[in-house]
Design a binder for this molecule. Structure first.
Ligand SMILES: Cc1cc2nc3c(=O)[nH]c(=O)nc-3n(C[C@H](O)[C@H](O)[C@H](O)COP(=O)(O)OP(=O)(O)OC[C@H]3O[C@@H](n4cnc5c(N)ncnc54)[C@H](O)[C@@H]3O)c2cc1C
Length: 231
């Protein structure tokens, strides 16, 4: 699986900083873009982000090519609504063979792996037979499993990415999507380290786990934190 950052807003951090200054300056954004230094923008952006005023980072957007992940995974990704997506079509693309994701839990269990590979082989052969019977790819694909490989292009602004990372870098997220989210986070941190300084699973920012008793135990729950404060 791959998560490649294709494009992003140029000077994303400066732009977000200028947006923050725009709200409280007599000058317009154009002038601020020319007069404010990156250092001034960074300092103010940091302050504004700490206040929780995150709308200014919506001006920066990031586009990824995510490749070789399962349809089970993209089904979860596209639940995030403040984003744009383009996904490889199973109607227009006829597959020569079924590419699929092998979950690690199945990979390491010999018996389960045998059953899984057999199911993939059967799905692949049924698909090919249906195409040979003259069935269109859009109908033959119905025999394809959730494991099927797919490619998706994703564009999100920085605020939505923060939200996406808070849910999907969490150990409660499904393993494949967590791996993708971690890769995407690593990519954006390379080009906008300040914007994503504290991004990641919710607990990283909050200092407690909002998942309560379902959490992984890395951070205390809010209840535990409050009990500790009370004592
Ligand atoms: C661990 C985990 C388990 C999950 N299990 C299930 C499950 O069993 N079944 C299931 O169906 N889904 C499940 N989901 C998906 C989840 O319910 C959300 O659909 C998904 O995470 C998208 O998040 P979102 O709706 O917060 O954010 P986005 O769609 O990314 O939107 C970002 C934010 O914008 C705001 N927003 C967006 N649209 C609206 C709107 N229409 N009205 C008001 N505010 C809006 C909200 O504040 C929202 O948080 C699961 C997610 C996780 C992380």
């Amino acid at each position: 699986m791959k998560a490649i950052l294709l494009k992003h807003t140029a000077d994303a951090e400066k732009l977000a900083g200028v947006a923050a200054f725009t709200s409280c300056s007599p000058e317009g954004s154009d002038e601020l873009m020319n007069t404010k230094t990156k250092e001034e923008c960074d300092k103010f952006l940091k302050r504004v982000l700490n206040y929780g005023h995150h709308s200014v980072i919506e001006h920066a957007s990031f586009t990824f090519s995510v490749e070789g992940i399962s349809r089970a995974c993209t089904h979860q990704i596209v639940r995030h609504r403040i984003a744009s997506y383009t996904q490889q079509s199973q109607r227009y693309v006829k597959f020569k063979e079924l590419g699929f994701v092998m979950p690690p839990s199945i990979e390491k269990n010999e018996e389960a792996k045998k059953i899984y590979l057999e199911a993939m082989k059967n799905a692949s052969s049924a698909y090919e037979t249906l195409l040979n019977c003259g069935i269109k790819a859009e109908d033959a694909r119905y025999v394809y499993p959730n494991a099927s490989h797919t490619n998706i292009m994703i564009t999100m602004n920085a605020r939505e990415l923060w939200h996406f990372f808070s849910l999907r870098c969490c150990t409660r997220a499904q393993w494949e999507l967590r791996e993708i989210a971690e890769k995407m986070l690593a990519e954006v941190k390379k080009v906008a380290p300040l914007l994503f300084e504290n991004a990641g699973a919710s607990c990283v920012r909050l200092g407690y786990c909002p998942e309560g008793s379902l959490g992984c135990g890395r951070y205390p729950t809010l209840k535990q934190l409050k009990e500790k404060e009370a004592n």
